[in-house]
Write a protein that binds this ligand. Structure first.
Ligand SMILES: [Zn+2]
Length: 301
């Protein structure tokens, strides 16, 4: 059991089975939405592999070194800024060519592996194909750019799905009602871990205000003032809220979809475009989307 994330159990069970049947590859991709516990699963797998009993007993030297945060055969690589850089990958590969300090397996966890750039992905290919004996690579992949097919084809893959609403509610606790009132929050913010963090930091409350502001703007045709003060990073999440607000309206009233679809598409495109730009006049961009919505609504009526 991976405490406190019980929804990871079926995926963990899948991994255990592959291992028991001797079907475990040396390179594994863990894929799933933000905030569902992929990192925790990677740590659990690491412990299973480095434990001298092979089960994460918690008492052996391997488990204790891990718990203390300095197991010499556990390697970690994460993006430096936006990318996992090729030098960092080369350094990791160099380290992995030696022998294991504790005489057992060695595990390298690559966090946000979707941020491998072309050069760093290429540098990793050979190691993925023929890793040194006893080496396991765990690629934790979040949303964003997909991995290169050449990487994917050399790895096994475990999907960590979004847990069910009841599981999310159980994890978030007594405040879950307000979070799950609008069932689209997991799609805007991510899984239970992300939702809980957003709730505790007050971000969720803010975004609830944002959602109300979008609804007012769509109705009046004028951008609400709360939406006009945004930087690029915030703009991306504001647009996500708008996208799912429109989608929720369409799902409540499917007839809307015929005229609302172009607006939805446009919001999604704008969001992707914003992620790559800077210095955009966001107020004008948002206002333009409101105008398009109203035009389409009029045509649809
Ligand atoms: Zn152990």
């Amino acid at each position: 059991m991976i405490e406190p994330f019980p929804w990871l159990e079926p995926v963990a069970q899948q991994w255990r089975q592959q291992r028991q049947q001797g079907r475990l590859g040396h390179a594994l991709i863990l894929q799933g939405p933000e905030g569902v516990g992929k990192g925790a699963l990677a740590e659990w797998i690491t412990q299973q592999l480095l434990c001298e009993q092979g089960n994460g007993c918690g008492y052996c030297k391997g488990c204790q070194l891990l718990a203390a945060g300095h197991h010499p055969d556990r390697y970690a690589l994460a993006p430096d800024g936006q990318q996992i850089k090729v030098d960092a990958v080369r350094q990791l590969i160099n380290q992995l060519t030696g022998t294991a300090h504790q005489g057992g397996a060695r595990v390298a966890v690559l966090t946000d592996a979707q941020r491998l750039n072309q050069a760093s992905a290429n540098a990793l290919l050979k190691t993925l194909e023929e890793p040194p004996a006893g080496v396991h690579l765990v690629l934790v992949v979040g949303p964003g750019q997909p991995l290169l097919p050449t990487i994917v084809s050399r790895c096994q893959r475990l999907i960590v799905p979004m847990p069910k609403d009841e599981q999310i509610a159980a994890f978030i606790g007594h405040q879950s009602k307000s979070v799950l009132d609008w069932p689209y929050w997991p799609r805007v913010l991510g899984g239970p871990i992300a939702l809980k963090a957003a709730m505790e930091s007050g971000q969720l409350e803010q975004l609830n205000t944002v959602r109300a502001a979008w609804c007012r703007s769509l109705q009046s045709g004028l951008l609400a003032p709360e939406l006009s003060q945004a930087d690029n990073e915030r703009a991306s999440i504001l647009l996500k809220v708008l996208y799912f607000e429109l989608l929720s309206q369409c799902e409540r009233d499917p007839a809307r979809m015929t005229w609302c679809y172009p607006v939805l598409k446009r919001v999604a495109e704008t969001q992707r475009w914003l992620d790559r730009q800077s210095g955009i006049n966001l107020t004008a961009t948002f206002q333009q989307l409101i105008v398009e919505y109203q035009d389409c609504a009029q045509e649809g009526a």
